[in-house]
Design a protein around this ligand. Structure first.
Ligand code: UT7
Length: 332
């Protein structure tokens, strides 16, 4: 059973930030052999935001965090922990978390990065909620932030059309009984599929060398088709089972916040779950796949524009390199 026990945990506030520069499908068609028609038909993506030269993951995370803290009415010194879900930290160390903690002057908070592919944000939410439910933390800032544009091979049409930069943030804290609660979380992994999405170069397995540079091992490599099939096979039953464990059915869920990777994947899953596709929050047309930031940006937008109403039930779910997958169920 993956139901939260102990102190009830609520989402106190949210925020997001995307860089100002927009790269459209037409722009990409001048860079690689692709077209707006192909990208829209196969993915649903129309444009994505790209960080400015010198703009770092910490910069994006900071802007989303300030918005989330303001929305929550929480001062930085009231934070006990900062968890940054990211696959594109500015540097391997120091992590984005400690840098952000310093910038926010969150003097009573610990801070760390959490990296588990695009599912990192779901893992981070679960860790944060577990710490609050158990009583060791009161307020936790969770951020998903990525500058994927710096690890993409802009000559590889298989990957460069998919990804974008951005950040989403939430503040979690104890529920006051009327501001909702996290109901359950499920975190999973299938490491037998660890070769599906990789960034093989520049670290321990393939230290940076002229050869790794020549072979482009410092860029994202992906077996897109395998990922597509894996997700369509695994996610529907996983999500059904998660609903059952909470005594619910997929039909009862008011909003589905899927990882914004591909519209066809989202449509395939909603069809298999037999839920109307209008219940899926979609923003991938504007942002592309922002990896660990994707569900948190979508969550913020759906809260901010009033789509998610009090007491509605929401599932956030993601999948990514590992292959990891996971979901969090909450009541608004
Ligand atoms: O966060 C997790 C990240 N990963 C994912 O979510 C990836 C999941 N997978 C996908 O979204 C899809 O598999 C892709 C969008 C990556 C690819 O779509 P697909 O429908 O599976 O296409 P495909 O890989 O089977 O390729 C079909 C054709 C190929 O040409 P041929 O061999 O049929 O002549 C590709 O070379 O489309 C070609 N192609 C392109 N054509 C124009 C691949 N990329 C492009 C492109 N523009 N950008």
């Amino acid at each position: 059973m993956a139901l939260f026990r102990g102190r009830e945990v609520a989402i106190l506030g949210s925020g997001s930030y995307v860089p100002s520069k927009i790269l459209s499908n037409d722009d990409l068609s001048h860079m690689v052999d692709t077209s707006d028609e192909w990208i829209v038909e196969r993915t649903g993506i129309r444009e994505r935001h790209i960080a400015a030269p010198g703009e770092l993951t910490t910069d994006l995370a900071e802007k989303a965090s300030i918005m989330a803290l303001k929305d929550a009415g929480i001062r930085p010194e009231e934070l006990d922990m900062i968890i940054v879900a990211t696959n594109t930290p500015d540097t391997l160390f120091p992590g984005v978390g400690p840098k952000l903690q310093g910038r926010l002057n969150a003097q009573n908070a610990g801070a760390f990065d959490l990296q588990s592919g695009c599912t990192s944000c779901i893992y981070a939410l679960t860790v944060a909620a577990t710490g609050i439910a158990s009583g060791i933390w009161n307020n936790v800032l969770v951020i998903g932030a990525e500058v994927l544009s710096r690890i993409i091979d802009w000559e590889d049409r298989n990957t460069c059309v998919l990804f974008g930069d951005g950040a989403g943030a939430v503040v979690l804290g104890g529920s006051n009984g009327s501001n909702g609660r996290l109901i359950s979380a499920e975190l999973r992994s299938d490491g037998t599929k660890s070769d599906f999405i990789t960034l093989p170069g520049g670290l321990i397995e393939n230290p940076a060398s002229e050869e790794t540079l020549r072979e482009g091992l410092h860029y994202v490599q992906m077996k897109g088709n395998e990922v597509f099939k894996f997700v369509n096979r695994v996610l529907p039953d996983f999500l059904k089972h998660m609903c059952q464990e909470a005594g619910l059915t997929p039909k009862i869920i008011d909003w589905w916040i899927f990882h914004q990777a591909n519209l066809r994947i989202i449509e395939g899953i909603t069809k298999r779950l037999r839920v109307p596709s209008e219940k899926a929050v979609i923003n991938l047309d504007r942002y592309g796949n922002t990896s660990a930031a994707s569900t948190l940006i979508a969550l913020h937008e759906a809260r901010y524009d009033g789509r998610i109403k009090k007491e509605e039930k929401v599932i956030l779910t993601s999948f990514g390199a590992g292959m990891t997958f996971g979901a969090v169920l909450y009541q608004a």
